[in-house]
Design a binder for this molecule. Structure first.
Ligand SMILES: Cc1ncc(C[n+]2csc(CCOP(=O)(O)OP(=O)(O)O)c2C)c(N)n1
Length: 732
């Protein structure tokens, strides 16, 4: 503990904070601001003496509040400098600089536990816990993660990336500590007003209130729920949360103002030395009838709202909570600004939530020039087209309008766009309800976040065979966000559910076709998954995929596909390679088929050319399954009939497409004769840490050289057979 408890409590369950006897300041001349934010150009301190003196939180022990303010300035600039070089989550970290400093100053990590919800705001925390020097490798191959990770540091109490888990974790830890008779210490969940819209947070608060475990929930309220906040939607252009609207009213509500007046006059009756410290706390304590009600009803002791950038205020309040003997859960409501202290972030519509590299002086981000539109924008455009023709079509997002393209749809059809906050389960079941009434809901959720809504997909959509369109963006490996964000499992977890029709496009033309298929198909639920990234563009589409494009342009409308039918894209000796179909692949032994679903078609085609170039007698056929479900059984039979080697390839985990094909092969008797070599290529059974998407494909061994290598190995085996037999005959 940094301060002794000397001051008696007021009439609250939480004891009073110590008289704040600040040690002499370690900085003599901090009055002048270290940050120049009057720019552009914006600039920061050339040296960071206080930050340099903090390797771990205990190094802050002797600091005064004045020092801590200076430390916060230095830390803010350090975060800006680091993220400007690597990219990453910027504004959430900027918004919690003072909160992080205060929490680490008051509490005693790692004995006390701070659990950061989502953990995209953890950069200042990492910098104060021994990892400042590692920020050059933030979110890079071999570098530190952009989220908290237990294996990275004992100061990362719990790993995250998905939202709304922190209160459950804190409660579990609190129960663990008390059952195992560890000393009474603090479990602190820091959760944003976005993350607290997730249902799991309420499940946790409900149970914490009922079980009455000691824990502190810090509600970091910055009025930003979705990414970006304020997409035009059926709820208006506001944060997607009634709770957010409720908490933002707290500061201005009449009862709150009345209470503050009352608290001030009451405090005047107390001895002066207690007044100062208690003044702040009392103003925020649970008697604030307007604010506490919701959380009080759930069984929490509510404190707030307080200014999360005001260390003078925040530190004594945190100390009070720390020193309380109460076993009641506490909710401390803190108001912050996302992007605080950096004008370009504060004023940006997305608050510079997730950024690439940027210029510190101006805040301008480096934009890579994309040669063709992103798949997300193609999805949005296709949805707008479909919705223009069909009034029953609506779009739903769970707090990700920007990432899913629902913001584009929302601008065109605000009343038909629904942002439900971080509530994937609710989004899917709400869509099921809409489908019952004849609407055609397109629910777009990143593959990784759809995991949250698994039971809803089964129980509310599939079992009732409701025509909900489940759109999964970011399917497959996603790059720098790492393991919590990969969309690797959806083919496996969706394909085992009856009634679903599941598609994965291999390129942007196919994405449009599949969107049209989803829009037209009304006999049951459809699932469409596509990766993070851009289309290939006209040149590649015609050169590699063999499209004959009208006027050399990528089509901007789609055509509905026959359900459950794949297509042959390349025949042996086919498009763009030397040789022709008559001279190669004459016998079945010389014929190879690659059956791809989704993104790997591109690499399959390159591999096919390379294999044929290296083996003049061999012919490689490449097919695109298009549908994971229903499987195109006729196509598989045809490929087995004509080829002695069959490879399946997908950007998904084991248990997905390849396994379903294998299941079919064995039950259809296609393996019985023993003359088929079958190999499924899938993502390996491991977690891919942060890296670029390309590096991750390489690590996964799903690029064209890996396909070539696998096929070549099988061809070599085939060719070795007669040699071995000949040698064996000689020996006899
Ligand atoms: C289950 C889940 N759904 C969606 C997301 C994507 N996401 C990351 S941060 C974020 C907004 C979080 O808002 P808040 O908790 O208020 O933190 P802020 O970004 O405002 O700092 C969202 C929707 C997620 N991480 N987890």
């Amino acid at each position: 503990m940094r301060f002794s408890k000397t001051v008696a409590a007021l009439a609250f369950a939480v004891p009073a904070v110590s008289a704040f006897t600040a040690p002499a300041s370690r900085v003599n001349n901090v009055a002048k601001s270290a940050l120049n934010m009057a720019g552009p150009p914006y600039s920061g301190p050339a040296t960071k003496p206080l930050l340099d003196s903090v390797e771990y939180p205990h190094d802050m022990n002797d600091m005064t509040i004045r020092d801590l303010k200076q430390l916060s300035n230095e830390l803010r600039w350090e975060v800006l400098e680091a993220v400007s070089k690597t990219g990453g989550h910027l504004s959430s970290s900027l918004g919690v600089i003072e909160l992080t400093v205060a929490l680490h100053y008051v509490f005693d990590m790692p004995t006390d536990q701070i659990i950061w919800d989502v953990a995209h705001q953890c950069y200042p925390h990492k910098m104060l816990t021994g990892r400042r020097h590692l920020f050059g490798g933030l979110r890079q191959l071999g570098g530190i993660s952009g989220f908290c990770k237990r294996k990275e540091s004992k100061y990362d109490s719990f790993g995250a990336g998905h939202s709304s888990t922190s209160i459950s974790v804190a409660q579990g830890m609190s129960i663990g500590k008390s059952m195992l008779n560890k000393r009474t210490n603090n479990c602190i969940a820091v959760i944003g007003d976005g993350a607290i819209t997730g249902g799991m947070a309420y499940e946790a608060m409900n149970s914490a209130g009922y079980l009455q475990n000691r824990m502190i929930v810090v509600l970091n309220d910055n009025g930003q729920v979705s990414l970006p906040t304020g997409t035009p939607s059926a709820g208006g252009t506001v944060p997607a949360s009634q709770l957010s609207a409720y908490t933002s009213n707290l500061l201005v509500s009449k009862p709150f103002q009345d209470f503050r007046d009352f608290a001030k006059s009451f405090n005047k009756l107390l001895p002066e030395n207690i007044q100062d410290v208690n003044k702040r706390f009392d103003e925020y304590a649970r008697g604030i009838i307007s604010g506490g009600t919701l959380f009080e009803e759930l069984g929490f002791y509510y404190v707030g709202p307080i200014d999360g950038h005001d260390l003078d205020n925040m530190i004594p309040i945190l100390e009070k909570l720390r020193d309380s003997d109460s076993n009641k859960p506490v909710l401390l409501h803190v108001k912050t600004n996302k992007g605080q202290g950096y004008p370009p972030a504060e004023s940006a519509s997305d608050k510079m939530h997730g950024v690439g590299k940027f210029d510190l002086g101006t805040g301008v981000q480096e934009k890579k020039k994309a040669s063709s539109p992103s798949l997300t924008s193609i999805f949005a455009d296709s949805l707008i087209q479909a919705a223009t023709e069909d009034r029953a079509i609506v779009g739903i997002t769970a707090a990700m309008p920007g990432g899913t393209g629902m913001d584009i749809f929302g601008r065109r059809f605000p009343k038909r766009t629904f942002d439900v906050g971080i509530a994937e389960q609710h989004a899917v079941t709400m869509a099921a309800g809409m489908a019952c009434e004849g609407l055609k809901p397109f629910v777009s959720i990143y593959s990784t976040f759809m995991q949250r809504a698994y039971d809803q997909v089964i129980h509310d959509v599939a079992i009732q065979n409701l025509p909900v369109r489940l759109i999964m963006d970011r399917a497959g490996v996603v790059g720098n966000d790492g393991p919590t964000h990969h969309g690797c499992y959806d083919l496996a977890y969706m394909a085992c559910i009856p009634n679903l029709t599941i598609m994965a496009p291999s390129d942007e033309i196919e994405l449009r076709n599949m969107m049209k298929t989803c829009a037209d198909f009304d006999d049951g639920p459809t699932v469409l998954r596509y990766p993070r990234g851009n289309g290939y563009g006209a040149e590649k589409l015609s050169e590699l995929f063999g499209y004959e494009l009208e006027n050399g342009e990528v089509p901007t409308t789609g055509e509905a596909l026959p359900i459950g039918k794949g297509r042959i894209v390349r025949k042996a000796g086919g498009h763009g390679v030397n040789g022709d179909a008559n001279t190669r692949g004459k016998s079945r032994d010389d014929r190879v088929a690659i059956l791809s679903i989704g993104t790997r078609l591109h690499d399959s085609l390159i591999a096919a050319g390379d294999i044929e170039a290296a083996n003049p007698e061999v012919g490689v056929t490449v097919a695109d399954a298009r549908f994971m479900k229903p499987l195109d059984e006729d196509l598989i039979r045809e490929l087995v009939d004509e080829n002695s080697i069959l490879i399946t390839i997908e950007e998904g985990s084991v248990g997905g497409f390849g396994d379903h094909v294998l299941h079919f092969l064995s039950h259809d008797g296609l393996l019985d004769s023993g003359n088929l070599k079958f190999r499924p290529m899938v993502l390996p059974d491991e977690l891919f840490e942060a890296a670029t998407q390309q590096q991750q494909y390489d690590m996964a061994k799903l690029n064209h050289p890996h396909i070539t290598e696998l096929v070549q190995g099988l061809l070599n085996k085939r060719m070795k057979v007669p040699v071995v037999e000949a040698q064996a005959a000689e020996q006899v």
